[in-house]
Design a protein around this ligand. Sequence first.
Ligand code: ZN
Length: 133
Amino acid sequence: MPLQRFHIRTSSRREIVDITGEVQQAVSQSGCEEGLACVTAPHCTCTVYVNENETGLIADTLELIGKLTAGTSWRHDRIDDNADAHLAAAVMGNSICLPVSGGQVELGTWQRIMLVELDGPRDRRVTVTVVSG
Ligand code: ZN
């Protein structure tokens, strides 16, 4: 199946979760040996990115998001008080495309696939679309 899905239950308003294992499993289940995998968080206040899973860097990333979106007069806050989450998600983008080689996503030594919760805790869906090539 080219489209795989899995769910992540987050536990904080802002949180970064390593989903590399789940993505690798989805790619394995797709049966693709060589191609591309598109990993998407189909949400407006949640996103995915690739970087190192290091405690200090994760704290730095969350601090940067906080500084980037700090403010008390975002217009969207009149609706559901989460403009900061929407803005951070928009800046970070909501999908990544990665090469698949040997049936696995090819990552650099320190690269991990990370989900960023920006308005949790919530149940989040992640889709992995795999295209053989
Ligand atoms: Zn909103």
